[in-house]
Design a protein around this ligand. Structure first.
Ligand SMILES: *Cc1c(COP(=O)(O)O)cnc(C)c1O
Length: 402
């Protein structure tokens, strides 16, 4: 089960490539994490919030109609979309907020791109009475006005970052600068299984509840382990949370799904595990979408939450070692899956999660009824209804205008 080595290296990936000042702060965080992660009282409190606030365990739902429609494998859906705030992100922020509380810290900062992690962080801060500051690129603030309103409603202060491309990368840089300036009384709540050690280990730890539950649930419901587990990969937190508890089950195939956007050949995608090369980003080593001189390339996906040029170090290692397979699904395929799941199961998935569903749609017919697939439904699609509505309207207008 131990896939991580010294100082957070997963094979050649991960690590912590930061200034000595920041390293001191990260070492302090690691000490606190190691001290509390197996602490009885800490975990009792975590279980309490999981159950009474988040609504865990999330169901593992047998999608009978979808399975029948596709033919082949039985498809089960891990319902992270039913969590409070509508996605898996709450698992991580509740865990980290409890850690900050144990460290005696009352000021929390976070970065956000699409706004989903910002909203989750603001939620946890409201719950625990913590001061909350969210860094967000000016361009993202413009695109995600409703999420900015949600964060402010929850009591957070949203700071607009106006450097560079004014998106997620710059927001991460600003959050690290804030941490360095204020580390004595500030906790940086990172939103995915990325960043320098110990962040990937911390986020995986708190997201592993997904895979632990799913493993137990499938054994209860099917009396055996699944043939495949499938999840979408942005930074990689929902996927590693599902995958890691199955790591030692060598017969369980793991498939991570990256966004192929308009197509891998177009350059308009966010698929570093498919087309990136090992490199450094935000203080850790991973597969990165980069140009000839190693600068991160612009990314694109229909799903804002998958739009990142790098990926978690543990996924980078799983890819290099062959333990997991990483495929890519286009916007169009994700949209088809978005509609299909809505129509045959009455479940509107997040566009991010629709990528994982799309992979199950491709794979299931080639398998037998003895095979079982678990798809992680990382979030619900309410947040995406407006976006898809506008796309459908635009497509109709284009057809009418022809
Ligand atoms: C943020 C988000 C993702 C992508 O993040 P990971 O760290 O890769 O899990 C996926 N699905 C939903 C619903 C999200 O909000």
């Amino acid at each position: 089960m131990k896939t991580d080595g010294e100082k957070g290296f997963y094979g050649q990936f991960g690590g912590s490539f930061v200034t000595p000042e920041l390293q001191t702060v990260l070492d302090h965080l690691e000490d606190a994490f190691l001290r509390y992660k197996d602490d009885e009282e800490f975990n009792e409190e975590l279980r309490y919030y999981h159950r009474d606030y988040v609504g865990r365990p999330s169901p593992l739902y047998y999608a009978a109609r979808l399975s029948e429609e596709l033919g082949g494998a039985k498809i089960y859906i891990k319902r992270e979309d039913l969590n409070h705030t509508g996605s898996h992100k709450i698992n991580n922020v509740i865990g980290q907020a409890l850690l900050a509380k144990r460290m005696g810290i009352k000021r929390v900062i976070a970065e956000t791109g699409a706004g989903q992690h910002g909203v989750a962080t603001a939620t946890a801060c409201a719950l625990f009475g913590m001061d909350c500051t969210i860094y967000m690129g000016a361009e993202d603030i413009r695109r995600q006005a409703l999420n900015v309103f949600r964060m402010e409603l929850l009591g957070a202060k949203v700071i607009s970052v106006t450097t560079g491309n004014r998106t997620l990368k710059e927001a991460v840089d600003e959050a690290f600068a804030d941490l360095l300036a204020n580390y004595g009384h500030t906790y940086y709540m990172l939103g995915s299984a990325v960043g320098p050690h110990p962040f990937p280990a911390i986020v995986r730890h708190f997201q592993s509840v997904i895979g632990k539950e799913a493993r137990q649930q499938i054994l209860e419901q099917e009396g055996k382990l699944p043939t495949y587990v499938i999840a979408c990969v942005g930074g990689g937190s929902n996927a590693i949370g599902l995958f890691h508890p199955f790591y030692d089950d060598k017969d369980v195939g793991m498939i991570g799904v990256e966004p192929a956007g308009k197509g891998l050949a177009t350059g308009k995608h966010a698929a570093p595990l498919n087309l990136g090369k090992p490199g450094l980003l935000h203080g850790f080593k991973c597969y990165v979408m980069q140009d000839a001189i190693g600068e991160p390339l612009p990314t694109y996906s229909i799903a804002a939450g998958l739009d990142y040029p790098g990926v978690g170090p543990e996924h980078s290692f799983y890819k290099a070692s062959g333990r997991a397979e990483y495929v890519a699904v286009t916007d169009e395929e994700a949209l088809e899956a978005f509609k299909l799941l809505s129509q045959v199961e009455g479940i509107i998935p997040a566009l991010e999660s629709a990528h994982a569903v799309a992979q199950a749609v491709k794979l299931a017919p080639s398998l037998s009824p003895e095979d079982v697939i678990i798809v992680n439904l990382s979030g619900r699609g309410d947040k995406d209804a407006q976006q898809v509505f506008e796309m459908v309207q635009a497509a109709k207008a284009a057809v009418a205008g022809q």
